[in-house]
Each structure stands twice: as C-alpha cells, then as structure tokens.
Design a protein around this ligand. Structure first.
Ligand code: ADP
Length: 398
C-alpha cells in the first residue's frame, strides 16, 4: 500500500510518500514560497536530491507539481497515480468533533470548515490541500489527522479556562492542545522501546520552534501545555507561552497597539527571540550564550526553567512519572537543553546521565542512568509516519 502524507502550511507544502510494506519512505520534499516570488520544490527520492524552481501560485498548483515530480521519469518513484492508494492530511485544528483521524467525507469537510474559526491561519491551507487532492485524485481515499485529536482525552478540569462558562458553550473556548500526532507517536514508541505496558505515566516534551509538553497516562493525553491556540505554555522560538493576560491589555494601552498588533507581539516577536534580541533559533542562541551574551543566557534559562516546571506539574497531575521523552528539533538535538531541563529532578527519581546524553543528535537513546527510577529518553518524532499509519488503518477498514 502506498500512501502520500501532505502537510499544507500558509505558503508551503510538505509531502512524503510511503510504501507501507516496510514502511519505507519512497520520496519526500517540500514546496516553498507558494504564491510568492521565487517559489520552488525540494524533492528527494532514490537517494537523489533536487531543487526545481517554478511559478507556484497556490496550493493546488503546488500539489500538481508534487504529483508531477512523483511520476516524472527523471526524479519520480512511481509510474502512475493509480499506485497511490490513499492520502493522509495533517490538519491543525479539529475542534471538539475529531477525537482521532477520520476518513474525509463531505460531512467531515463541512465540520472542518466550521473549525476554521478556531485556527484561521492554519486550517484554510490544510483545507486547500484537501480540496486540491480531491480534484486531482478524485478516486483516492483521503484521511485527516488532527493535531488536536490526541488531547481530546483531557478531562474537563484540565481543558476548561476559568472564564464565564457561556464562552465555552457559545464559542467552544477551551484548551485543545497541539502537536498531538507527535506526542502520540513518541509516547507509543517509548512503550515499544522500553517494552512497557500502557499504564506508564509518560511526559512527552516536543521542543521545536513551537514547543509543548504533554502528560500521557494509560496511553491517553491527560494534559498538555498549549491551549485554544499554540501560544500557551512553554517559552517558544517566537511565542511567549504562559503569561498574565493583564500584561497584554497593559501593553495595548501603553503602546497604543490594537488586537492584531498584540497578536503579532505574542506570536512573532516574543519567546526566545523577544527575550534575547538575538534569534529564535536554539543553535544561534546557544552560540551567543557561550560567547557571553547575557540576554541569550537569560532566554535559555527561561526556556529550560519553564519546561522543567511543566515536568514537575505533570508529574503532580499524574501522581508520578515513569518516563520523560524528548523530541522535536531542540529535544532531539540539544544536549544542553536536555541536561538543563532535567537538572534538579532527582527528587522525582530522575537521574540524568550526562555522558550518555552528550552529543546525541536525532537518535533514539536512553539518557538516564541504569539505576534511575524515571527513564529519560530521546525519540525523534515522526508525525508523517503516524499519519500514514492512521491513513492505512482507516482505508483498510473502509
Ligand atoms: P518546528 O517547530 O519548526 O518544526 P523543529 O522541530 O525543526 O521546529 O525545531 C527547530 C529548533 O531546533 C530550532 O530552534 C533549532 O535551532 C533547533 N535545533 C536543531 N538542531 C539543533 C542542534 N544541533 N542543537 C541545538 N538546537 C538545534
């Protein structure tokens, strides 16, 4: 069975074609700068990498490019579209309706359109990808995998905001959480690697440009750090994470900025970038901090401290913790961050092994001591594979 996984952002499309017998990746790549000058596609297949420029005005033409390159003689890996058995789409917001991945039908699309209000920046490009695939490969089944779905198992006392209840009933304002496919993948993979039962209490730290922590008990997410939107929780590349909402109204008054200005301040100019004034990129920050830049050092301390607090909070929420997983660009690659975040967690039973941790990048590895009661482990995430697996399961069932 061959499955293509599509992830449409506002000006990009990432794709990966899997042969589920394996599973192996037959091809992967991305279209960038859609609708802008200088759009291009980066494609990788059969160990060959290529970048092709083209005028890609919208998601539909982007997907046409992707399909075209997949069957091209020079760079392709399939001879005909009929070889594609199904399409899996990443969808950012599934609202309260989608608790797992689903076969995309007209009814599902209508519900997704409704959820667009909750994610006005993310869901429209996801939907564009779905519409484009539907028209280009009309007979191929499509599946939607939602970033929010895994966290639908949170109890109400964890997902409700302490604001008037009518705002929940009127507008579905509550915490949803994101990165669900990643938290699910790494928590399931942790059980596989460690040979443990689902009863484990796992804290998964997805640390990338966007970052979130989840508490996973009995295989279910019981809490996560992001909320109605991906701004809540950890200090991120450019997002502020948890903050007194009073700060925002105060800044709006003092700086005389409007709703869109404050939105941009919280999402694009805060976090590691805002504090350091150097960069949102962890590698650049670590270099600046080593060179003595005090604000870069402060930003890093804040990032590590906030993540550590969440680990403590989620251990309390679950009545303990058995495993802490690190994933995402920072979690997988920054040994300093993993060390700093877990510093002082011996009281929880986590004994970190600095030697095992040192220099590890992008590989599955236990980084706690053999004697540690709590296991700390690095697991590179693979959201695309998870989406492909869900797609295969759903298509086979239907
Ligand atoms: P996104 O949320 O955009 O998917 P990623 O998961 O790719 O983000 O993570 C990007 C982050 O990972 C950046 O801050 C980057 O600096 C960091 N990162 C990648 N490689 C390393 C490394 N070797 N050391 C430290 N940080 C790294």
């Amino acid at each position: 069975m061959k499955i293509i996984v599509i992830n449409c952002g506002s000006s990009s499309i990432k794709y990966q074609l899997f042969d589920m017998n394996g599973p192996i990746t037959l091809a992967k790549g991305g279209v960038e700068k859609i609708g802008l000058n200088g759009s291009f596609i980066k494609h990788e297949s059969n160990g060959q990498k290529v970048t092709l420029e083209g005028e890609i005005i919208d998601h539909r033409s982007g997907i046409e490019y992707v399909l075209g390159i997949l069957i091209s003689k020079e760079y392709g890996c399939i001879s005909d579209f009929s070889e594609i058995d199904a399409v899996g789409h990443r969808v950012v917001h599934g609202g309260e309706k989608f608790k797992s991945s689903v076969l995309i039908t007209d009814e599902v699309i209508a519900i997704m359109e409704e959820s667009t209000q909750l994610a006005p920046l993310h869901n429209p490009p996801n939907l564009s990808g779905i519409y484009a695939m539907k028209s280009l490969l009309p007979d191929v089944p499509q599946v939607g995998a939602f970033d929010t779905a895994f966290h639908q198992s949170m109890p109400d006392y964890a997902y409700m905001y302490a604001i008037p209840h009518s705002l929940y009933t009127k507008y579905a304002i509550r915490r949803y959480g994101f990165h669900g496919t990643s938290h699910r993948y790494v928590s399931e993979r942790a059980l596989e690697i460690l040979g443990k039962e689902r009863t484990q209490k796992i804290i998964t730290c997805h640390l990338g440009n966007g970052a979130s922590v989840a508490a996973v008990m009995d295989g279910k997410s019981v809490d996560t750090s992001m909320g109605l939107t991906p701004v809540e929780g950890l200090v991120m590349g450019t997002r502020c994470g948890d903050i007194d909402p009073g700060v925002m109204t105060y800044v709006m008054d003092r700086e005389d900025i409007n709703r869109s200005g404050i939105n941009s301040l919280m999402n694009k100019h805060s976090g590691l970038l805002g504090v350091s004034g150097v960069s949102s990129d962890m590698r650049e920050l670590e270099t600046a901090a080593q060179q003595g830049n005090e604000r870069a050092q402060l930003a890093l301390q804040m990032f590590h401290y906030r993540a550590r607090k969440y680990i403590g909070a989620y251990a309390a929420a679950m009545g303990g913790v058995d495993t802490v997983v690190f994933t995402g660009g920072i979690g997988e690659n920054s040994d300093t961050s993993r060390y700093e975040i877990t510093k002082g967690l011996e009281f929880l039973g986590l004994e970190f092994d600095r030697e095992k941790n040192a220099g590890v990048r992008g590989q599955e590895k236990i980084i706690s001591t053999d004697a540690s009661r709590v296991t700390a482990i690095i697991i590179p995430t693979n959201e695309e594979l998870m989406i492909a697996r869900d797609t295969a399961t759903i298509v086979r069932k239907n």
